[in-house]
Design a protein around this ligand. Structure first.
Ligand code: PEP
Length: 228
């Protein structure tokens, strides 16, 4: 099954997200798994919706966070963990990320778990990349039945420059050695490269940031995935 996921990051309001979801439902997904991660203020009870982040607790004194209780209100059972923007901008440690993973695994959530190396590591070659990615999987059950891994090289996110077919193929082949779970690619996926990327061995889908913000583009991406 192909997986096509949209990460809105800190874009779109609640009313914009509502319209987006209505528009999205006008097409059939035909076996493609579709996931949409809107900001926390735009969560809806909808089977495509997941949370971009959540604190590993039911509720509590964690100012600015949302936890299980808030997700349960919308019947949300899907969460994104370990995105590079949270690792690098918000300084989330691997230990904290693993804590989130384990908490939401206990709750049987579907977890989209992101890993990806910065440019200075990529420049050192594949072996260094693999070591780096392995460290980002520390404390994570790599065969958890509701785990979906997203490989997102930091240097390809939001830059307009995707990793090359060879880089994606070689890296996904290495990641496949540590898990049988689906592996998505993310990093400047656009309408003009999605088909090529989806055809790479060990690529089970894509996680799309900026290009997913236009629902017509995202719908076309799903249509392409349906044909593969
Ligand atoms: C992302 O943030 O997960 C992402 C892949 O972003 P973009 O598609 O904009 O590179």
């Amino acid at each position: 099954m192909r997986i096509i996921a949209a990460n809105f990051k800190m874009h779109k309001t609640r009313s914009e997200t509502k319209k987006y979801l209505e528009e999205l439902k006008k097409i059939k997904f035909n076996g493609v798994k579709v996931a949409v991660f809107p900001p926390a203020t735009a969560l809806f009870e909808d089977k495509v919706v997941g949370a971009q982040n959540a604190y590993p607790a039911i509720n509590g004194a964690y100012t600015g966070e949302i936890g299980l209780e808030q997700l349960n209100e919308f019947n949300i059972k899907r969460v994104l963990i370990g995105h590079s923007e949270r690792r690098h901008i918000l300084n989330e440690s691997q230990e904290f990320i693993a804590k989130k993973f384990n908490f939401y695994k206990e709750q049987n959530f579907e977890i989209f778990y992101c890993i990806g190396e910065p440019l200075e590591i990529r420049k050192k070659g594949l072996e260094s990349v693999v070591e780096y990615l392995k460290a980002q999987l520390e404390g994570i059950d790599r065969e958890y039945e509701n785990l979906i891994i997203a490989y997102e090289p930091v240097w390809a996110i939001g830059t307009g420059v995707s990793a090359s077919v060879e880089e994606i193929r070689d890296t996904h082949r290495e990641i496949r050695k540590f898990t049988k779970r689906p592996i998505l690619y993310g990093g400047s996926v656009k309408l003009n490269n999605i088909e090529e990327i989806l055809n790479i061995e060990n690529v089970d889908g894509v996680l799309v940031g900026s290009a997913s913000l236009d629902v017509e583009v995202f719908k076309k991406m799903i249509e392409i995935a349906k044909e593969i």
